[in-house]
Design a binder for this molecule. Structure first.
Ligand SMILES: Cc1cc2nc3c(=O)[nH]c(=O)nc-3n(C[C@H](O)[C@H](O)[C@H](O)COP(=O)(O)O)c2cc1C
Length: 165
């Protein structure tokens, strides 16, 4: 989630059992990627519990490339990246909150040029909203942008416009 704007900061929550947690504590840096529905299967592969040190990007056939300001890499197939340096971490139960200062943001060329609404549609950010497990089945559920809702305020009046994305 967005934590602040000036300087831009984001807050992430990572389970302390995850390699991601260990990497964040060791390097004090992380990169948050924005990806679309085209990478659902690859995302699922990287969430598997491989032994520490396994290159999960190779397992998922994703391509790492260097970040501008931090050591952890960006991923070629993702639409945008936020390169972060850790400000603080706080353990809450089984997870750790990490506040990151965004040192650099980059997006695919065609996305950077767009207006805010078109940019949101082009990013078509994968929204993870549910995980359910039954005896032998596990379901991860995702949503993507379907509608844009604009609230406009002018001279004390408000208007809400809804449109298909
Ligand atoms: C869509 C999706 C979202 C996830 N979000 C989180 C999260 O916010 N925090 C977290 O600790 N784990 C999350 N997980 C689980 C971790 O991705 C997974 O346990 C972790 O990547 C294991 O890999 P690692 O040990 O290399 O970190 C998520 C998994 C999926 C599939």
């Amino acid at each position: 989630m967005v934590a602040d704007y000036n300087p831009p900061q984001i807050l992430i929550s990572v389970n302390t059992k995850n390699d991601t947690y260990r990497n964040i504590i060791e390097t004090k840096e992380f990169v948050v990627k924005i990806l679309g529905t085209d990478l659902i299967r690859q995302t699922w592969i990287t969430q598997k519990h491989f032994p520490y040190g396994t290159n999960e990007l190779e397992e998922a056939k994703l391509t790492a490339f260097p970040a501008e300001k931090v050591k952890p890499p960006r991923i070629r197939e993702c639409k945008a990246s936020m390169e972060c340096k850790v400000v603080w971490t706080k353990i809450i139960g089984t997870s750790c909150l990490a506040l990151g200062n965004i040192e650099a943001i980059s997006a695919r060329k065609e996305i950077g040029k767009l207006e805010v609404k078109e940019r949101a549609i082009a990013l078509n950010r994968l929204i993870f909203f549910s995980y359910q497990k039954t005896d032998n089945t596990r379901n991860w559920m995702f949503a993507e942008i379907g509608k844009i809702h604009t609230l406009t305020e002018k001279d004390e009046e408000t208007e809400i416009k809804n449109e298909a994305a």
